[in-house]
Design a protein around this ligand. Sequence first.
Ligand SMILES: Cc1cc2nc3c(=O)[nH]c(=O)nc-3n(C[C@H](O)[C@H](O)[C@H](O)COP(=O)(O)OP(=O)(O)OC[C@H]3O[C@@H](n4cnc5c(N)ncnc54)[C@H](O)[C@@H]3O)c2cc1C
Length: 458
Amino acid sequence: MKERVRPLIIGAGPAGIRAAEALVDAGIKPVVVDEAPLGGGQIYRQRIVPDERTARDLYGSEAGKATALHKTLAGLQDRIDYRPRTLAWNIRDNIADVMTDGRGGRIPFSHVILSTGATDRVLPIPGWTLPGVFTLGGAQIALKSQGCAIGEQIVFLGSGPLLYLVAWQYMKAGGHVAAVLDTAPLSAKFHLLRGLLLYPGIVVRGIRYVADLMARGVKVRFGIEPVRIEGDTQVKGLVWRDRGTDHHIACDAVGYGFALRSETQLADLAGCQFVFDKRDRAWQPVCDGAGRSSKPGIYLAGDGVRISGADSAELAGERAGLALIEDCGFPVDKVRIEVLERRLNRVQRFRGILEQAFPFPESLVRSLADDVLLCRCEEVSIGNVRSSAQKFDITDLNRLKALTRVGMGRCQGRVCGSGAAEILAHASGRSLEDVGRLRSQPPIKPLPLDLSSDGEAA
Ligand SMILES: Cc1cc2nc3c(=O)[nH]c(=O)nc-3n(C[C@H](O)[C@H](O)[C@H](O)COP(=O)(O)OP(=O)(O)OC[C@H]3O[C@@H](n4cnc5c(N)ncnc54)[C@H](O)[C@@H]3O)c2cc1C
């Protein structure tokens, strides 16, 4: 009976690994694919270049959790069909189209758990396409995975907990952090006092990051407005505005980002319904508290459905695994489910507080100059979007895409889509919800092709 259940898990981060563990515990063998060469997801990403660093050096206070998760995946190896370096680029009729090392393939499944995580939410600012500008997540990947820094004198800019964490990690690793520039005002941070009641350890750690940075002489500024990143062929400096006065700082690299956005394309291609989520400022797949999507057999877990952090992703992955087991008619531990759901609710309350402490800089959207590039794949500027919205009375993101090609290039809107929605909403006088979301198209990411003579075409 259980042999007929052939679940597929897409993503071997905290959510995917815990989902796999729950299935294996119930005697079910899932296929687990991840485009990364090693499991762990974003937060517990493993290094691809061997070096002397310990788990403590790599993951700081989360070293124990990282090691535990990596161990779980290693322990599951014989009881799951694990396929690293495998990108799922489409989903249709219970089949996932995949590509491993440049070779195409298909994985049929009876159920699927989408635990595809998130990427940085980017808002274009003048100079953001200069060599030397990275997203905060990208800067962290360089450090964690490859053991290298993005520059010798680095400015971190934006909003969200990752801003301070990445700056602190660079400082700890011996990097020179020139400044940390937060677009959220200091007053917003007082919301974190309420967070102390829910997760005191996390809040205190955050305060320690800021204190450590300041103690080492790093310039930390709140409520700033980025004016421009300067340079011709490489970042040379950055100008920001603080209470009406412009300031300049020399640097050769910038790490920036405004929190995260969920990777929802596969849920869209699978036909899941979406709903607008005010907190994440994005359309997200509909999902009940157990991880069930609007489509039977399709489950969602972790940051790929709602930005909630790594601890929540582990809980949500396990909960989705249990929902799948329950829906197949196999017994589940109801007490375990109750505990999981209670803990998940608690995390959600904390996420709401974080969102208030690190608000999205809406005023920046209004002040961005027309000549700033919005979609770099198709070279569409912000002015182009604004004038097209006026001229053709565009109120929908997909119509904007058809008329301007924004989001039509290699990134398929994964980088520019959220910024385009913000700019269009402002230019058309509509709400973010009203302008909708970009429809996903396969392949959801660029596909590398193996064109060697024995390589199978995708
Ligand atoms: C770059 C980055 C760095 C982060 N660093 C931190 C941090 O240091 N501390 C912190 O608290 N939070 C961090 N976060 C947030 C943190 O990643 C999440 O809260 C947590 O990792 C979510 O777990 P998850 O399992 O939902 O997703 P993830 O950990 O993102 O795992 C998703 C996995 O799915 C894989 N995947 C995605 N799409 C496909 C596909 N189509 N085919 C195959 N595989 C796919 C990815 O390779 C990835 O391994 C970071 C987020 C990002 C984007």
